[in-house]
Design a binder for this molecule. Structure first.
Ligand code: NAD
Ligand code: MG
Length: 358
């Protein structure tokens, strides 16, 4: 099965001609959507809360900024780009009452639709363009003439124009320069959550900690264990990124490659069954229910989980070692703020952007 890709030539930008797009939220995704759409000739306004800190930023970039309710009334297309955890409250308070038949309600991630947090009326179109990259890249790659690939989906087509408008939106974002592929809200949401839980964030950090602890508990030096289990991981991942597992195996020693084949499966025995359980909880809504309950209870459990891992030995050892390697632009995270770690950090290479596409 090969997915169909859509490129610029497959998409008619006229589907958005004469329409006004209200970008709600001006954060990582919001600023990039607003600016790319405008540069592609789309009429854009920005919707923000009265006291939002982003107001000055959006106004300084030359956008007409309105309150969310006003922007919703003005626009033909409303794009909800506030954090997923805030979307329901913003939708309930400022958007739901003002939606008109034929408007297109857009998302960049399917969580709130997939789990029924937001249930738009049947009279509006519901669509998604989910860029496969963080907002600052979405903007800088577009400015350089390229595009960030994206997924698109149509959940509801009340007007008969939903698909054409969603594709035109993807084109105005620059995404069809790189290629977009069609999905559903369910597929995008479930695979996104699975990827970040089972592998990218959860799986990898658990493996790293387990390997580090195994070495340290066996009496090896923690600094050496850090280099072996965290520092080198990037070098290996970079090889996979460029040429797959085959290029990684081509680049490492034959001993490393042989060990990969015979010991890798021992380490991950039972892993697919566990991953299956994680996927089951995502699809049943059990994970979403738990996460929403944690937030509605004030977030104490989330903060406690964060606190428990924050001071892991690998984090302390790693911070000290990275501070001596300014060339890798080390970053220290405290209370949700990311700051450059070493005074010797070259100018202009400040903290890594605190955002990602997961
Ligand atoms: P963000 O946290 O960067 O910014 C959200 C903006 O929303 C803020 O700048 C502010 O203007 C506003 N805002 C914040 N809290 C608010 C609140 N309580 N009420 C009203 N407005 C509020 O968000 P983001 O990372 O750009 O995410 C937006 C959407 O894009 C989400 O659905 C996310 O899943 C999706 N997405 C993000 C990325 C990414 O790389 N960040 C990639 C793909 C998809
Ligand atoms: Mg994700």
């Amino acid at each position: 099965m090969t997915a169909r890709m859509y490129y610029d030539a497959d998409v008619d930008p006229a589907a958005l001609a004469g329409q006004t797009v209200a970008v709600i939220g001006y954060g990582s995704q919001g600023h990039a959507h607003a600016q790319n759409l405008r540069d592609s000739g789309v009429d854009v306004i920005v919707g923000l809360a009265e006291g939002s800190k982003s107001r000055t930023l959006a106004a300084d970039a030359g956008f007409r900024v309105e309150r969310v309710a006003e922007a919703t009334k003005t626009a033909d297309v409303v794009v909800l780009l506030v954090p997923d955890t805030a979307q329901k409250a913003v939708y309930d308070a400022e958007i739901a009452a003002h939606l008109r038949p034929g408007q297109l309600l857009m998302f960049a991630h399917g969580f709130n639709i997939r789990f029924g947090r937001i249930q738009p009326p049947a009279t509006v179109d519901v669509g998604m363009v989910a860029p496969k990259g963080p907002g600052h890249l979405l903007r800088s790659v577009y400015t350089a003439g390229g595009g960030v690939p994206a997924l698109f989906a149509v959940e509801q087509d009340a007007s008969g124009t939903a698909r054409a408008r969603v594709l035109a939106y993807a084109r105005a974002l620059g995404a069809t320069r790189a290629g977009v592929l069609e999905t559903t809200f369910a597929e995008e949401t479930e695979t996104d959550l699975f990827g970040e839980q089972a592998l990218l964030c959860g799986g990898v950090s658990s493996l790293v900690k387990a390997a580090f602890e195994t070495l340290v508990e066996a009496g090896y030096q923690p600094e050496l264990a850090y280099f072996e289990t965290m520092h080198e991981l990037k070098l290996i991942v970079d090889l996979m990124y460029r040429g797959g597992l085959n290029f990684m195996r081509f680049s490492v020693s034959d001993t490393a490659e042989f060990g990969d084949y015979v010991s890798g499966p021992r380490v991950t025995e039972g892993v697919k069954a566990a991953m299956g359980d994680v996927l089951t909880d995502i699809r049943s809504g059990a994970f979403a229910e738990r996460w929403i309950a944690v937030q509605e209870a004030g977030g104490d459990e989330f903060r406690e989980l964060r606190r428990r891992d924050r001071d892991h030995q690998i984090e302390q050892v790693g911070a000290a070692l990275r501070a001596q390697m300014p060339f890798l632009s080390p970053v220290v995270v405290r209370e949700g703020e990311a700051q450059a770690a070493a005074s010797g950090t070259p100018s202009g290479s400040g903290p890594a952007p605190a955002e990602s596409s997961t």
